[in-house]
Design a protein around this ligand. Structure first.
Ligand code: ZN
Ligand code: ZN
Length: 192
């Protein structure tokens, strides 16, 4: 009698050993089209001198990184700023987006209708993200959405694409949160 017990489906456990771990820290930055190193948060990533410290690796993206990247999102930015060599946050069109409150009010009105329509079309529950907050929170959200819309020509609620950190920083400086807490990753909307 053999002392070796029969091990049914022996190949399956072997295959599992090569399986990916269930928790994967994903530092893939859609904006740059690159996987960013984990050490990025702790090192000084900014070269334009206007990026604040960001809580996550993915959000730690300087406009100069965008300038050097070749992703379609980076190309959209380069088209938007028209080969400027200054920090993206000082670009006159972006400055107009964040400083013209009347225009932002108008944008919010249209964006609300648009988000309602998307919710209807996709049969999902409509949540008015503009209503929940302080006025500054509302304007900050509108600036993220409007910038994304004008740079990438998209207004979806699907995949999120990061904004350069100096852009996020300029919006936060203009419309600071009273509690000084900022929703992580709130600033990115987009779809393929
Ligand atoms: Zn920077
Ligand atoms: Zn910059």
């Amino acid at each position: 009698m053999s002392t070796n017990p029969i091990i049914p489906y022996a190949f399956h456990p072997k295959k599992k050993q090569n399986a990916k771990p269930t928790v994967v820290i994903n530092n893939f930055c859609e904006l740059l089209g690159l996987e960013l190193p984990e050490t990025r948060v702790s090192v000084s990533y900014c070269r334009c001198k206007h990026c604040p410290d960001m809580p996550t690796v993915k959000e730690s993206v300087c406009c100069i990184d965008v300038q050097e990247a070749t992703s379609k999102w980076a190309k959209n930015w380069k088209k938007f700023v028209d080969e400027t060599d200054k920090c993206y946050s000082s670009h006159h069109v972006f400055q107009k987006i964040i400083n013209d409150e009347l225009d932002l009010d108008h944008f919010i009105q249209i964006d609300r209708m648009h988000l309602k329509q998307i919710a209807n079309l996709t049969r999902s529950v409509y949540v008015d993200e503009y209503i929940a907050a302080e006025k500054n929170d509302m304007y900050r959200f509108a600036c993220y959405r409007k910038t994304t819309y004008l740079v990438h020509d998209i207004m979806g609620i699907g995949k999120r694409v990061q904004l350069p950190a100096c852009i996020v920083g300029a919006i936060r400086n203009k419309y600071p949160s009273k509690s000084e807490t900022y929703k992580g990753y709130e600033e990115f909307f987009g779809e393929d």
